[in-house]
Write a protein that binds this ligand. Structure first.
Ligand code: SF4
Length: 315
């Protein structure tokens, strides 16, 4: 990874200024009147109390927050990543390990002021960044919270940790606010994405989102002299049993359409949960040989940068 020339490089949102952040807040809130924050484009008026597929209202709901030490090393660093786990999700994975939070909405409603306070508290605890987990459906509140926290001294990078099912309208509002993107690339087959995760048109939408993210932050992961990420993107991919995540196709697209130099985080941690405990394929963990094939493909494609969960976690 390339170290930044200066340890003091400010996060991008600092340079936007209060006026521009104010305009972003207004434009983002307007998207809630006919919600198109994700590619599902429900069109419901969330400001008037209508709910779309995700079930999220206009006020953010938060399941938990605090320092997190198990993200990729440049994200968690030594003092942890300052996570804010949002309730609800724009997808509905049959195997979701957090379904009470993502699908039942477990959590508490927070004002944007409370969200801004939480960001500042995580910074005071020494966290390296603000890690917004499952943030897509709350983009307007996130921008508003950043605009409130900035004059109070927020100065650590903003990290957007997403399923990769984000509309281009939502992502464009984050340009210059988010410093580090952690998008998933979950599938290369729309019908499987729909059946297993409830995503409509996932592949095209995901690929468009990844290209937009690359346009915003580039393909290099910039780190400071301590190895902590300051700007860039890391693409995550969870390998499912039975090749149900089309992992090799996903990696081929990443290498060819983004660049083989991109940082990819390959995950082997899948275990059966929620609705798939008795599923003929998803009811088991990965086989060793399945994961090894994906790792070999990553090597063959020249995807050398990033992280790979260990083979000994699988059968
Ligand atoms: S965020 Fe997506 S799923 Fe939720 S209401 Fe908006 S368009 Fe629908």
């Amino acid at each position: 990874m390339d170290p930044l020339s200066s340890l003091d490089a400010p996060p991008a949102y600092v340079s936007l200024g209060a006026d521009e952040l104010g305009r972003r807040v207004e434009r983002a809130r307007a998207l809630l009147e006919a919600c198109v924050l994700c590619p599902r484009r429900c069109g419901v008026n969330r400001l008037a109390g209508e709910l779309g597929f995700c079930g999220a209202g206009a006020t953010p709901r938060v399941a938990s927050h605090g320092p997190h030490h198990w993200e990729e090393p440049p994200i968690s660093g030594t003092r942890g990543s300052g996570t804010v786990f949002f309730s609800f999700c724009t997808g509905a994975c049959l195997f979701c390990q957090n379904y009470p939070i993502s699908q039942l909405g477990t959590g508490n409603e927070w004002s944007t002021g409370r969200l801004a306070e939480a960001m500042l508290a995580l910074q005071r605890k020494g966290c390296h960044n603000i890690n917004l987990v499952t943030p897509t459906h709350y983009v307007p509140s996130i921008i508003e919270a950043v605009s409130l926290a900035l004059p109070q001294g927020l100065h650590i990078p903003i990290l957007y940790n997403t399923s990769g099912y984000d509309s281009l309208e939502a992502l464009s509002l984050l340009d210059g606010i988010v410093d580090i993107y952690l998008p998933d690339a979950k599938y290369a087959d729309d019908s499987v994405a729909l059946e297993l995760s409830g995503f409509v048109g996932y592949v095209e939408a995901n690929r468009a989102a990844l290209l937009e993210i690359r346009r915003q932050v580039g393909t290099e992961l910039l780190v400071d002299e301590a190895g902590i990420a300051r700007r860039g993107m890391i693409v995550r991919h969870l390998v499912l049993p039975g090749e149900l995540s089309q992992s090799i196709e996903v990696l081929k697209w990443i290498a060819q359409a983004l660049t083989p130099r991109i940082h990819v985080s390959l995950m082997s941690q899948y275990f059966p949960a929620h609705q798939v405990v008795d599923h003929p394929v998803l009811g088991r963990r990965l086989y060793h040989r399945e994961y090894a094939r994906v790792l070999d493909a990553a090597d063959a494609l020249g995807l050398e940068h990033g992280w790979r969960q260990e083979l000994d976690r699988v059968y």
